[in-house]
Design a protein around this ligand. Structure first.
Ligand code: SAM
Length: 271
């Protein structure tokens, strides 16, 4: 059947709460997307008062996401689990992977129902892509979903994407143990791509404060802390770096600007 986005552009499913900002929609606002509301734009605008390069930070992160997916697909990875996938944008994990391997399968996971609403419409015609609403903090539930377990072959290598999502976990939620629970489930030869809000500049900490106050989440960590999420895996060159430095397509200008240093991450292989 038809999807609500096509039938009536002003209709909103009841599960979408426009009275409070959501992470996915604020990120969309930073990216300059259209899938956000006044409450979300207010957070992005306040953030950009303290951190004018917020949009560049989000775009740099998204660009590194795609370079990582391209890299993993070139290494033979043909199935991806993209957790905290966010709203669809101009380009997406499945389109990047399927440009190289049309048979590549992708499952998108996000706990914000707006992602499912938008992605469903976009993916209605794509047999190799699934999208589910589930919570990163419940790995057993994520891996147990038929759209994951019955669609990806978890006895073979996959590409696990935890891109710009782990920083939405507080220290009290034990993010390292959580990431470990995911790593344990991966078959040897699998890859993990992880990026994270990086506390490398005072301006990032100002942005962090805005996100925590207005959105209730957002935790910057330093390079050493981010690298620890890859423990037990073999980091691919150049290791954990600010995202523009990760296998760039074009020469990178130094020193990096704020939009360049606010997110760091890498890609690693499970031996
Ligand atoms: N991965 C995309 C990227 O890097 O371009 C989107 C990143 S966006 C900053 C973070 C996404 O993670 C949002 O869409 C948000 O809804 C989702 N998210 C946050 N906490 C989550 C959780 N506990 N479980 C699943 N998704 C979560």
């Amino acid at each position: 059947g038809m999807h609500w986005t096509h039938q009536d552009p002003d209709y909103l499913p009841p599960e979408i709460d426009t009275s409070r900002p959501s992470i996915a929609r604020v990120y969309d606002a930073f990216l300059g997307g259209k899938d956000n509301f006044a409450v979300d734009r207010a957070v992005a605008l306040e953030g950009m008062k303290h951190f004018p390069d917020g949009g560049a930070g989000a775009r740099n992160n998204r660009a590194m996401l795609f370079r990582g997916v391209r890299f993993m697909t070139e290494q033979g990875i043909d199935q991806f689990l993209d957790v905290g996938s966010g709203l669809p944008t101009m380009d997406n994990t499945h389109s990047v992977a399927q440009r190289i391997n049309p048979d590549a399968r992708v499952v998108y996971v996000d706990n914000d129902p707006i992602v499912l609403a938008h992605a469903r419409a976009l993916l209605a015609t794509d047999d190799n892509t699934r999208v589910i609403t589930a919570d990163l903090r419940e790995p057993e539930a994520v891996f147990g979903r038929p759209e994951v377990e019955g669609f990806l072959d978890l006895s073979r290598p996959i590409g696990l994407l935890l891109v710009a999502v782990v920083h939405h976990l507080g220290d009290d939620e034990h993010p390292e143990e959580l990431v470990d629970a995911y790593k344990k489930r991966l078959a040897p030869g699998s890859f993990l791509q992880l990026t994270h809000f990086c506390s490398c500049a005072p301006e990032v900490r100002a942005l962090e404060k805005v996100l925590r106050t207005m959105l209730g989440t957002g935790r910057a960590r330093d390079l050493a802390e981010i690298e620890r999420f890859f423990d037990g895996l073999e980091l691919v060159e150049p290791g954990v770096v600010h995202v523009p430095e990760w296998r760039p397509d074009r020469p990178v200008r130094h020193p990096l600007d704020l939009g360049g240093v606010c997110v760091a991450g890498g890609v690693a292989r499970k031996p």
